[in-house]
Design a protein around this ligand. Structure first.
Ligand code: CAO
Length: 411
């Protein structure tokens, strides 16, 4: 027997609503109370259950259509026997009244988030459908976590800007206290920002890390001598200014490492300035202030800026402009320890150097056929493989090691 499923009374004075999802199709077999449609009114999302089971013959409405109480939604071939004659007669009455007379249909239910559907107005649903955006992935800020037009717009804007700060769906909450004593500490603002930036970088940039070693025995001696000098007595120079200066000189020679992809990822932008950011470990989290025009400054100037910027980073006294405009970053764990690590690129830059702690190593000298102790700096270069090839990266680290082995370039 063919049966029409009509739109029941939606209650709350709602006579019309927009179809946001049709969950059945011709040929689909459904059971009584299976959800066939999701409707959206200005007040709520509603799931419309089937008042009978059977095989769907026709779907009479489509997403985006406005439907009104009593309107046929689908036709079903039911397995039920033909209704007795007197009941058929009742069909002459009003459709909804008739439906109610035979079987009180399931009331439309407010769509719940657990059903994998988000609350949103018809307009928002329409736009999300057109852009193939899963509304579930947007955290609604409206009443009952309804996804508002602004939520959708900001989600799209964040996606377009490649920002990682798009609304995130929280994971499953775990009660760790069930296994022992715990303490909860809120992430500092800086740690939160770093976490998002690092995640975005790691997920969107194909990272490759090249490892290498530089023989800095001569540089080590040079720095010791320099620090005994009158000027350095007032201002001790660490290794980092040398490492920064050598990097700036090499970036001039290998400009791809000082470039950025444009926002369309169609062009490379080469920068003719060499502003090097360096990671500073602060109690509030990691900060990366930038020393500008490193190529034009001498070791003492770089050293003074580095000390000033890192002190102010720790005191939270940096200006926002001092954290911007870097073209390359150095992360130095040399004063702390470890041998090699894989630093994460600081977008929109395309490469980053990770410097580890130097150590004395016996190195075989081919020329003199002897083994000599050498002071070796282990370092890593992570690069964006969309922009830089492995060969270029290996050349970069090779040349970097070569530059650091010399001391005639710091005059
Ligand atoms: N090999 C050997 N010695 C090294 C070295 C290296 N690669 N790097 C630094 N050193 C030495 C310094 O020369 C200094 O020695 P002296 O006392 O004899 O002068 C000593 O280690 C301590 O240096 P430092 O760390 O105080 O100073 P710096 O200029 O080398 O570094 C700064 C400054 C701000 C980078 C550093 O203090 C810092 O915060 N490092 C952590 C960076 C970080 O968090 N990176 C990780 C990012 S990813 O999570």
């Amino acid at each position: 027997m063919i049966k029409e499923i009509l739109l029941p009374d939606l209650g709350e004075g709602i006579d019309t609503a927009e179809v946001s999802e049709v969950l059945v199709f011709p040929g689909k077999t459904i059971k009584t109370d299976d959800i066939i449609l999701v409707l959206e009114s200005e007040k709520a999302s509603m799931e419309i259950p089937a008042e009978a089971g059977g095989k769907v013959k026709k779907v009479l409405v489509a997403p985006g259509a406005t439907v009104e109480t009593g309107q046929p939604l689908i036709t079903l071939e039911t397995t039920a026997k033909k209704a007795p004659k007197q009941k058929v007669k009742e069909k002459k009455g009003k459709p909804v009244a008739e439906t109610k007379a035979r079987r009180e249909p399931e009331k439309p239910r407010e769509a719940k988030r657990e059903t994998n559907r988000a609350f949103a107005s018809p307009g928002v649903r329409r736009l999300s459908r057109e852009l193939k955006i899963d509304l579930q992935s947007i955290k609604g800020t409206g009443p009952k976590e309804r996804v508002t037009k602004e939520d959708l717009h900001s989600f799209i804007r964040n996606k377009m800007e490649g920002a990682s700060e798009g609304p995130r769906r929280p994971g499953t909450e775990i009660d760790f206290s069930q296994w022992g004593k715990i303490e909860t500490q809120k992430l500092t603002k800086i740690k939160g920002i770093t976490a998002r930036r690092m995640q975005q970088s790691w997920q969107t940039i194909p990272h490759v890390t090249q490892f290498d070693e530089a023989d800095i025995t001569d540089l080590h001696a040079y720095r010791q001598k320099l620090n005994k000098g009158a000027r350095a007595k007032r201002q001790k120079v660490t290794f980092l200014p040398f490492f920064m200066k050598a990097a700036a000189d090499l970036l001039k020679e290998m400009p791809a490492f000082n470039s950025s992809l444009d926002h369309r990822e169609e062009n490379l932008i080469f920068k003719h300035y060499f502003h090097i950011g360096f990671a500073v470990d602060t109690p509030a989290g990691l900060m990366v202030p930038v020393v500008r025009d490193v190529d034009q400054k001498n070791i003492f100037e770089i050293s003074a800026e580095l000390q000033d910027l890192s002190q102010r980073a720790r005191d939270k006294k940096l200006k926002p402009s001092e954290l911007k405009g870097g073209t390359f970053t150095i992360s130095s764990l040399g004063g702390i320890g470890g041998t090699f690590f894989t630093p994460i690129i600081n977008p929109p830059q395309v490469a980053i150097l990770g410097l580890s702690e130097s150590w004395w190593k016996k190195v075989y000298d081919h020329k003199n056929k002897t083994t000599r102790p050498r002071y070796i700096l282990p370092f890593s270069l992570s690069y964006d493989h969309r922009v830089i090839d492995g060969v270029a990266a290996a050349r970069f680290t090779d040349k970097y090691a070569e530059t650091l082995a010399r001391t005639d370039n710091y005059k």
